[in-house]
Design a protein. Structure first.
Length: 326
């Protein structure tokens, strides 16, 4: 996966490659499904399809670059027959002036494929320091994404065993704004939630939160998690990605969602969603050589669901008490 870097004027071009022991169609499907990127690609925190028509997409992506979460919008053109996807940022984040590229998935003679990831970019003001910073971020992220893509594609046959999504919901006789406020103010959770022992929240940019949390287990022990959250107050939704996952997991993302309770009812429904990808080797290390993925799914579902349900019950109490005072 050694990169090739060339420069033409102020436009810089990089190329990263990896060989994958999986069919081109399998690899292409993983690249095409941008909403699954947070589970597949480590740098990606959240991705949304804003518009889609006739093989064209408008995306909004939040991802790490040189240790910081940045967001941008991109347009993509998908060609499933040729197994290529081209992309171009519409609104870039400084110091990037422009960024684009191509995914090319080329079949090989062994039934697998070679993935080529091209980037072209310009820096704001053609600043040499900015160019170096962008090159470093592109190189680090491209290497990480190609390695993750290789792993995910080569394990694609077991995806139905390793990746699963579940949710817990509660009906609330209160306002969406109050429920959202409870979930948004995670810095107040240690005094509001019995299972949160400590929580440090930083929010250098409105709506982009970093959480460092110690959670109490039923046996009295505590475990630490760190995560990034993207908060959408206008639609009463918070999405997050856990950055440090237990050994048994390869990935964990989630979403807090608050919706009206039907066209004629009052109040709202608050739902906690989790998507988890298990690490088969990590499961064996944690639960023993004879442990099954089904056993791990059950344990993970119970642990995450218990904490989410507890948070939802306390959010319900907070919002309904606020409603009673109005």
């Amino acid at each position: 996966m050694a990169p090739t870097v060339t420069t033409t004027g102020t436009t810089h071009v990089t190329e990263h490659t990896v060989t994958v022991a999986a069919p081109p169609g399998t690899v292409y499907a993983l690249v095409a499904d941008v909403t699954a990127w947070p589970q597949v690609f480590g740098p990606t925190v959240h991705a949304e399809v804003l518009e889609e028509a006739r093989g064209e997409q408008l995306l909004h992506i939040w991802a790490f670059a040189n240790g910081e979460v940045r967001n941008w919008t991109s347009r993509r053109t998908l060609d499933p027959a040729a197994h290529t996807i081209t992309f171009r940022q519409v609104v870039s984040a400084a110091p990037v002036a422009s960024m684009g590229g191509t995914w090319r998935i080329q079949p090989d003679d062994d039934g697998g494929c070679r993935v080529v990831l091209l980037h072209d970019y310009r820096a704001v003001g053609d600043d040499p320091a900015a160019v170096a910073l962008i090159e470093q971020a592109v190189d680090r992220n491209s290497r990480a994404e190609l390695e993750a893509l290789k792993n995910a594609a080569e394990l694609a046959g077991r995806r139905h065993e390793t990746t699963f999504t579940f949710s817990d919901s509660v009906e609330i006789d209160g306002a969406a704004a109050d429920v959202y406020a409870f979930l948004d103010r995670a810095d107040r959770w240690p005094e509001r939630l019995p299972h949160v022992a400590r929580l440090e929240l930083t929010e250098d940019e409105p709506g982009l939160q970093h959480l460092d949390m110690d959670t109490r287990s039923p046996d009295g022990s505590t475990h630490n998690t760190t995560s990034v959250r993207v908060c959408f107050a206008d639609r009463a939704e918070i999405v997050y990605k856990q950055l440090r996952v237990p050994v048994a997991m390869a990935g964990h993302t989630g979403r807090w969602e608050i919706t009206p309770r039907g066209p004629h009812g009052t109040g709202v429904v608050a739902t906690s969603w989790h998507t988890v990808t298990l690490d088969p080797e990590g499961v064996r290390q944690t639960l023993g050589a004879e442990a099954t993925l089904e056993e791990a799914r059950t344990l993970v579902r119970k642990a995450l669901g218990t904490n989410s349900s507890t948070t939802l019950r306390h959010a319900k109490q907070f919002a309904e008490e606020a409603h009673a005072r109005t």
